[in-house]
Structure formats: structure tokens, C-alpha cells
Design a protein around this ligand. Structure first.
Ligand code: TXA
Ligand code: MG
Length: 321
């Protein structure tokens, strides 16, 4: 009771002072504001230096709250939410008028997710309104997986960060768009095509497919995201010394490189990915190198897929053999 009262008071103070909420989730930390505060929604874009054409995800604490934000909540959404919420799945549906065009960058659809983190769920329940939140990093940069990553970048005058510990998933949610009779994976995450197929599998009319990037709908799909403060370079294998000359010739980058070791457990690799990129970027190295040569074809189509997606987008160069 005291805890609840205290949380309510703290939230009230943060919002009265026109600050954003640094929100812990199981994927990455978010930079959050209630959907009914247009001034704070503007502030998300300005402090993050995010282009206005990049829509925000809204975070709910229940399926009921999600239903209230959309024109129509289809049966397949219930099935997905029952299977994966709270958890790292964002579901795109047609928005209703409670969600401003500012939040969705003019799109008629909105991405909704229910985060699997007790503190995030308490905060949303307490406010009793969805929170719009992108990842709490400057646009294009590495996402935050602990409270300090957020407070290192955003000052206390702009953002009150709730410390919810280390993010256990470590990379952003899978984003899926529900269309008439298919699910389209717009962003890969730790919930896989296979998991989604198993969930909607009872209804054979629904196909699950990956988005084809001919026409980019949202900037999260473009390259050059998740970038640490020094260049990331993909190399053919982990023997970095044997590639330094080629790196110099092909990229013009000289100096020392440091190898990002991915290990053999995708869950741990995802959890630690962004903090390892930050740690390596803070060494005296001039670039970070990585390779997927130790993974076989089977692994490349498993949970590694989303990790490699992030690393490929973070990479400025790819060295050929
Ligand atoms: O795990 C996550 O999803 C984290 C945590 C904080 O919840 N959030 C996150 O938000 O990664 P953000 O803003 O960094 O990435 C959201 C992505 C963007 O690439 C955006 O373009 C896309 O979702 N997006 C949002 N609404 C969309 C929509 N209606 N249609 C297509 N893409 C959308
Ligand atoms: Mg982001």
C-alpha cells in the first residue's frame, strides 16, 4: 500500500515537472510519456533527436487496455497476446482516435506491447493509461539495457529513470503487423517466425512472413541503427589479426580493433549485446569487429537471426574474404 502510494506520488511529481519516464522493460529501457500528454510526446522526439517520421510503440499493462486503443481487435490478436504478453512482442493494428498522429507519425496503425517487467507494469497500471516509448537512446545509437545507460545520456532535468535492473532479453521486441489473413514480421526479435506460426497455426488461413524491404515503412527497418561510438566492422572470421590489413585497405580505418565475442548461447548473447558494444567502445580500440562464421546454417535461422540483424545494422563495413 505504502509502495503504491509512493509510486503514485513519484509519478505525479515527474509528470508535473514535465519530465519523461526512463522505463525499465525486459527488452531495453524506454523513454516514456503518457499518450495524453502531447507536450511530453514532443519532448521524446526532441531529447532523443528522433525524426518525426519514426512512430512510437505504446506500452499497455493489459489486453483490455490494448483493446481500447484500436479500431478492431481481431481474434488472432487475442491469441498472440495470450501466448506472448506480457513479453517481447509488439502488435500493429489500426489505431483509434485516442492515439494521436504524432505518436504514429501519421500512420493509421499503432504498435502496442505489454512489457514483461513488474516495475513497468506497475507504472502503467498506476497511471491507468498507455505509455508511448521508444528505446531510451539518441536516434541511431546503441539501445540501453540498464538504468545507467539511460542516465549517462539524458539528464535528470529531462528524464526520471526508474532502476529496474538489467534487461533480461536485451534486444528490442519482435514487431508483427496483423493484416487480413497474414502476420508480417516488421522487426525481428527473440520471438521467432516459428513461435508465431505455432501460435496461429490452428488457423491455417493465417500465413506468417517476413517483411520485404522494397518500400521502407518505418526507419527501424533501415540500416545504421544501434551504433556505438566507434565503427563496427563485420569480418569473415574471429581471427582479427589476419584482417587488419584488409580493414585498412577497404575502409581506411587504421589503429587497433577489438573483437566482439558472441559465444554460443543466443539468449546470453542478446542479453549482453548492447552492454558489450558499449564496453568495447569505451576501450582504447578504434573499431569493433565481429563475425558469424562460428554459427552454422541452423543457428543462423534461430534466435541468432535477430542478434545478427542488430549487428548488421550497427556495422559500417563488411570485409570480404
Ligand atoms: O522492445 C521494444 O520494442 C522497445 C521497448 C522500449 O519497448 N521499444 C523500441 O522502440 O524498440 P523504438 O522506437 O526504438 O523502435 C520501434 C520501432 C521503430 O522502428 C518504429 O519505426 C516501429 O517500431 N514502428 C512503430 N510503430 C509502427 C507502425 N505503426 N508501423 C510500422 N512500424 C512501426
Ligand atoms: Mg530504438
Amino acid at each position: 500500500m505504502n509502495g503504491t502510494l509512493h509510486l503514485a506520488q513519484v509519478l505525479n511529481q515527474i509528470l508535473t515537472q514535465n519530465k519523461l519516464i526512463g522505463l525499465p522493460t525486459e527488452t531495453v529501457y524506454g523513454l516514456a510519456a503518457p499518450i495524453n500528454r502531447p507536450d511530453l510526446i514532443e519532448k521524446i522526439f526532441s531529447v532523443k533527436e528522433r525524426p518525426f517520421f519514426d512512430p512510437l510503440i505504446i506500452h499497455v499493462s493489459s489486453i483490455e487496455m490494448a483493446k481500447q486503443q484500436v479500431q478492431h481487435w481481431p481474434e488472432v490478436a487475442t491469441r498472440l497476446a495470450n501466448a506472448f504478453w506480457p513479453g517481447p512482442l509488439s502488435i500493429i493494428l489500426e489505431k483509434n482516435d485516442l492515439i494521436s498522429n504524432r505518436i504514429t507519425s501519421g500512420l493509421k496503425t499503432v504498435a502496442i506491447r505489454c512489457p514483461n517487467h513488474p516495475l513497468a507494469l506497475n507504472i502503467i497500471s498506476e497511471l491507468n493509461i498507455p505509455l508511448a516509448a521508444p528505446s531510451a537512446n539518441k536516434f541511431g545509437k546503441t539501445s540501453p539495457t540498464c538504468a545507467k545507460h539511460v542516465s549517462d545520456v539524458f539528464g535528470p532535468q529531462d528524464v526520471h529513470v526508474f532502476d529496474g535492473g538489467l534487461c533480461q532479453v536485451g534486444i528490442e521486441s519482435t514487431i508483427v503487423k496483423i493484416e487480413e489473413n497474414k502476420l508480417i514480421i516488421m522487426r525481428q526479435g527473440m520471438i521467432l517466425q516459428h513461435d508465431l506460426e505455432k501460435c496461429v497455426g490452428k488457423n491455417k488461413n493465417i500465413k506468417v512472413e517476413h517483411y520485404k524491404a522494397e518500400n521502407i515503412e518505418a526507419p527501424g527497418q533501415i540500416k545504421h541503427h544501434y551504433m556505438p561510438s566507434i565503427p563496427v566492422i563485420k569480418v569473415p572470421n574471429d581471427d582479427l589479426d589476419s584482417w587488419t590489413l584488409k580493414i585498412k585497405n577497404q575502409t581506411g580505418i587504421t589503429g587497433t580493433g577489438v573483437l566482439l565475442k558472441l559465444g554460443d548461447n543466443p539468449n546470453l548473447a542478446a542479453r549482453d549485446l548492447y552492454s558489450n558494444l558499449r564496453l568495447l567502445a569505451a576501450t582504447s580500440a578504434h573499431y569493433i569487429a565481429w563475425s558469424d562464421s562460428h554459427l552454422d546454417l541452423m543457428q543462423l535461422h534461430s534466435h541468432w537471426h535477430a542478434i545478427l540483424d542488430r549487428l548488421n545494422r550497427a556495422s559500417s563495413f563488411c570485409i570480404e574474404k
